[in-house]
Design a protein around this ligand. Structure first.
Ligand SMILES: O=C[C@H](O)COP(=O)(O)O
Length: 248
């Protein structure tokens, strides 16, 4: 039985004061939630998460990680640096990184590998655009994005990653994939992982992201291959984030 995992992706939002209020609200309302919980925050706030979340059940992580271990890579943050601040997760290949920063699937795969090698859990994001979906290319697009990662990870490493299916057309738009649409893609992603490592596929947490909110979370999270959520906008309000965690 896979545990449910709900991750809040704050994107480029927050301030020290607002973060404190949000984290305190989440901690206060978490109760005995059954789902695992984490927040992926802008890198400058990792120290704040470490200070305010250590000892709580809430894990934290980054929204990106360098493919390189160290050196002359201005502006990048290495996996070791993220670990220095107690991070557990690193998002890799979020569609906003792929589209605004031209990150290729090959680079995303190298980032996932760097994370795994350092002991971070990469949350590998895949997803198709609306044009790709309407052209019937969803399976090919997400399959190719996944394959790039499967190619670089060695035996045993597949059990150390989390996948997130985020249809690009559903991110921040208020449009959500129907539970059936999301389930179909999650099942095909799991089947593709199973071709390489059946045990890892059976245990792999595959999260859905894209306008998940309290009103639609329960139905999405009830699907057999949806193991949690990667939450954007609704993760910025403690009550909404807690409601989604409660639905998981
Ligand atoms: O990483 C989170 C996703 O991009 C979803 O964002 P959203 O919940 O605001 O649609």
């Amino acid at each position: 039985m896979r545990r449910k995992l709900v991750i809040g992706n704050w994107k480029m939002n927050g301030s020290r004061a607002a973060n404190s209020t949000l984290l305190a609200g989440i901690k206060a309302g978490l109760g005995d939630a059954k789902a695992d919980t984490a927040v992926c925050v802008p890198a400058p706030y990792l120290a704040q998460c470490q200070a305010e979340l250590t000892g709580s059940p809430i894990a934290w992580g980054s929204q990106d990680v360098s493919a390189h271990a160290s050196g002359a890579f201005t502006g990048e943050v290495s996996a070791a640096m993220l670990l220095d601040f107690g991070s557990k997760f690193a998002l890799v290949g979020h569609s906003e990184r792929r589209s605004y920063h031209q990150e290729s699937s090959a680079l995303v795969a190298q980032k996932a590998l760097a994370a795994v090698n350092a002991g971070l859990v990469p949350v590998v994001c895949v997803g198709e655009t609306l044009d790709e979906r309407e052209a019937g290319k969803t399976a090919d697009v997400v399959g190719a994005q996944l394959d790039a990662v499967l190619e670089v990870l060695g035996t045993g490493q597949l059990a150390k990653i989390v996948l997130a299916y985020e249809p690009v057309w559903a991110i921040g738009t208020g449009k959500t994939a129907t539970p059936a649409m999301a389930q179909e893609v999650h099942a095909l992603l799991r089947a593709r992982v199973a071709q390489k490592d059946a045990a890892a596929a059976a245990g792999m947490q595959i999260l859905y992201g894209g306008s998940m909110k309290p009103e639609n979370a329960a139905e999405l999270l009830a699907q057999p291959d949806i193991d949690g959520g990667l939450i954007g906008g609704a993760a910025l309000k403690a009550a909404d984030f807690l409601a989604i965690i409660g639905a998981a």
